[in-house]
Design a protein around this ligand. Structure first.
Ligand code: SF4
Length: 485
């Protein structure tokens, strides 16, 4: 380490701003959980000796230009998905005006690097994983030997090098939740009237202490629970090629699964629970039970942290009797990517699973008392009323805790997008924003031509009516994490 410091003595130190550009998670709640991507990259950059700061556009209160002007990175690395392409390009353009070096990374730059190059707004693009390649690129910039290639393929990250913990100073600057909120915000968070909240305002400036909200009795505070959540990775990789999913591409990362050591995962969960009172862990793995130590992870959560809930994604094919047994008694929610119960559509989407595996997965959940949610896909070209009725029958029979209907917006880099483009079905091929049910209702049309959106909206509503979650209220802006002083 000392040698490294000495060898870099005469170099210009380049500071990096890592900008996470994304759509708000929900109206009124721009951010429920701090992202993994940029904090992880920040830790990797810091470990390589670089100075880093984070920016999350969802938390910007001032105009974007002012927020960017307040950052000081010589290099601005912008991470974004296709939905947020326009905002990310705006960020890049503003950075360029300020004479900064711009680097694009994340899902959209990975599938369409040429679009970034052609825009003239990005000096470099990192495709795929950036944990190794970005620090190396920044070091090269620092040493005045920038690579000639604009597009760099990210080197797969060795999960043994996963930084721990990943809440360094840059993270805490951005994702520390406020101790006080405005009365209007407190009212929207709690469901209390403005007058009732005003009584709680303990300061001259009318702000409400977040701890005072937590201390409200159940009769006065109708929230049923408060999430203080983190995202967590057990490993990476998905062996499947669902036609609508960008993960199907090999550019992101090797398809073969990679796993973090269980001891590291356990230490990370403990750290966040001890330091931030985290009470909800969201596993981001494509198929968490594919993690070789999944049963031991479930056992750890059950026995050591029974009050900390965790949720994870799974296909019906990976939900075996052994997985169900391991989860019996766990405080967890399984998200099944069922998408549809129509065998015809499952095949068309190249979705793993069939009616038999779907039913078996739900029966195993019922048998072992495991709550499950159902991700469902609507607005698929060629779908019929019969397909929808099969899905409704399945939902009525299996009663998921939480049905989650999503309306298809084809994303670049997927088979679905290519097919829709070839067939002339895309209403606007350059429009990548996700379409919500409300937007479709207001505009009277959706992203695809030839799809019956009246029918889509009708089934969307009927699926939501089956929800059994109850009221959920988040108390804090940001990631809901409260560091112990
Ligand atoms: S299983 Fe999930 S993550 Fe994997 S390709 Fe299909 S939708 Fe994508």
């Amino acid at each position: 380490m000392a040698g490294e410091t000495t060898s870099r003595f005469w170099e210009e130190v380049v500071k990096v701003t890592l900008a996470f550009v994304a759509e708000p998670e929900q109206v009124g709640f721009p951010l429920w959980t701090a992202p993994l991507t940029t904090p992880l990259l920040a830790s990797c950059l810091t470990a390589a000796g670089h100075e880093v700061e984070l920016l999350d556009t969802r938390l910007c209160e001032a105009p974007l230009a002012d927020e960017l002007a307040a950052t000081s990175g010589d290099v601005v690395a912008i991470s974004f998905m296709s939905h947020s392409r326009d905002e990310a390009f705006e960020v890049a353009a503003l950075c360029r005006e300020q004479g900064r070096i711009t680097i694009g990374g994340g899902a959209h730059p990975t599938v369409l690097p040429g679009e970034l190059v052609d825009s003239g707004l990005f000096d470099h693009v990192v495709r795929g994983e950036g944990e190794r390649t970005l620090p190396r690129l920044v070091t090269d910039i620092e040493r005045g030997r920038r690579p000639e290639e604009q597009v760099l393929q990210g080197e797969p990250f060795d999960l043994l090098d996963y930084p721990q913990p990943r809440d360094d100073a840059a993270y805490r600057d951005v994702y520390r939740p406020p101790s006080f909120v405005s009365t209007s915000r407190a009212a929207s968070l709690t469901g209390l009237t403005a007058e009732a909240v005003a009584e709680l305002a303990s300061r001259d400036d009318g702000l409400v202490d977040v701890d005072a909200l937590r201390g409200l009795s159940a009769e006065r505070f109708p929230a049923t629970r408060e999430f203080r959540s983190i995202y967590l990775e057990l490993g990476r990789g998905c062996p499947f090629h669902c036609r609508y999913c960008t993960i199907q591409n090999d550019w992101f990362a090797p398809k073969a699964g990679r796993a973090r050591p269980l001891a590291d995962v356990v230490a990370e969960v403990r750290y966040f629970v001890d330091r931030y009172d985290t009470n909800y862990v969201i596993l981001v793995d494509s198929i968490a039970p594919a993690y070789p130590d999944f049963a031991r992870f479930a056992e750890f959560m059950k026995t050591d942290l029974p009050d900390v809930e965790f949720s994870f994604n799974c296909t019906s094919t990976h939900f075996t009797p052994a997985v169900a047994e391991a989860l019996a008694g766990a405080n967890c929610l399984v998200w099944f990517g069922f998408e549809t119960a129509s065998p015809r559509l499952l095949r068309a989407l190249r979705k793993p699973g069939n009616a038999r595996t779907q039913l078996r997965a739900t029966e195993l959940c019922a048998e072992h008392g495991i709550r499950f949610g159902a991700n469902l896909l609507l607005g698929v070209p060629g779908e019929t009323t019969e397909d929808y009725e099969l899905t409704m029958e399945f939902l009525a029979e299996t009663r998921p805790h939480s049905p989650n209907p999503n309306i298809l917006t084809p994303l670049p880099g997927t088979d679905t997008y290519r097919r829709c483009l070839d067939e002339g079905l895309l209403r606007d091929p350059g429009h990548y924003r996700s379409w919500t049910a409300d937007q479709i209702r207001t505009r009277g049309h959706g992203p695809l031509l030839g799809v019956d959106y009246d029918r889509v909206l009708s089934y969307h509503r009927r699926m939501l009516e089956l929800d059994r979650t109850g009221e959920v209220v988040h108390v804090e802006r940001g990631c809901h994490l409260k560091p112990h002083e």
